[in-house]
Design a protein around this ligand. Structure first.
Ligand SMILES: [Zn+2]
Length: 253
């Protein structure tokens, strides 16, 4: 069931929760990302530059991260790792498990984070000094009793990006163009799907391309990663899809 989490939500059950739903240029919403929240903390799906405010706003709390999965290397999905890395190393003094595909390791560390994090007071630092890095093999892993299946999607050409299926209940596409074969292939009750509400975007799923999905798929889709003018599209979206994903929206796993 979908429940809109209130501030007093207890972490007794395991729930999937949207942490942010905005596009990279949104000025009114947090970066698109989610968390699997349990008694032991929040396992993040992506970690963009708004992560600290987003976690504190949606009732999870920045200090309660139990693990992180990274879909791909764009700022609105990974720049929050700098904040998590530094605060967890020096203030909270623990390493967060960081799940990623080997294919994005060099891009994430050597081409992105190293310039900011590669040198600390103690000397040279590596990604492993900040995080418990765990490579995803065979496109699947389990973390604290929740099963994750990983699949490649179609975002920026030549740049790997991965979606994730959680407990065969939630399909989370990350940033992608339309992926009709994948949305038909997996078992799930809800699909959180990337969208560009305006036509002509070469790396995000244009709304018209999602309208071509089968009706039984569209009825399970909650759109995410949308822009600040989303209200102008509410009519067409609610007519064809389950609706817009919103920050704090939660689903029991
Ligand atoms: Zn992206």
């Amino acid at each position: 069931m979908i429940v809109i989490a209130s501030e007093g939500t207890k972490f007794m059950d395991v729930v999937f929760k949207m942490v942010g739903t905005g596009s990279s240029d949104s000025d009114t919403m947090f970066n698109t990302g989610a968390a699997i929240v349990s008694a032991s903390g929040a396992f993040l799906i992506d970690c963009g530059f708004t992560i600290k405010s987003a976690l504190n706003t949606c009732g999870i709390g920045f200090d309660n991260i139990s693990g992180i999965f990274i879909s791909h290397v764009h700022g609105d999905h990974v720049f929050g790792l700098e904040r998590v890395g530094y605060e967890y190393l020096f203030r909270l003094q623990r390493k967060v498990p960081l799940y990623l595909k080997r294919e994005i390791y060099d891009e994430l560390w050597h081409q992105t984070l190293k310039g900011s994090m590669g040198r600390i007071g103690e000397g040279d630092a590596t990604l492993e000094d900040f995080f418990d890095v765990r490579f995803i093999e065979q496109n699947q892993f389990s973390f604290e009793g929740v099963n994750y299946e990983v699949f490649e999607v179609a975002h920026t050409p030549g740049k790997p990006c991965y979606g994730i299926c959680i407990n065969k209940k939630i399909l989370y596409t990350a940033d992608t163009l339309a992926i009709p074969d994948i949305v038909k292939q997996y078992d799930y009750d809800f699909c959180f799907h990337d969208v560009s509400l305006h036509e002509g975007n070469p790396v995000h799923a244009n709304l018209s391309s999602l309208l071509d999905y089968p009706d039984n798929v569209k009825q399970k889709i909650l759109l995410m990663s949308y822009g600040d003018d989303w209200l102008s599209f509410e009519g067409v979206v609610t007519e064809h899809f389950m609706g817009f994903a919103k920050q704090g929206m939660s689903i029991e796993l």
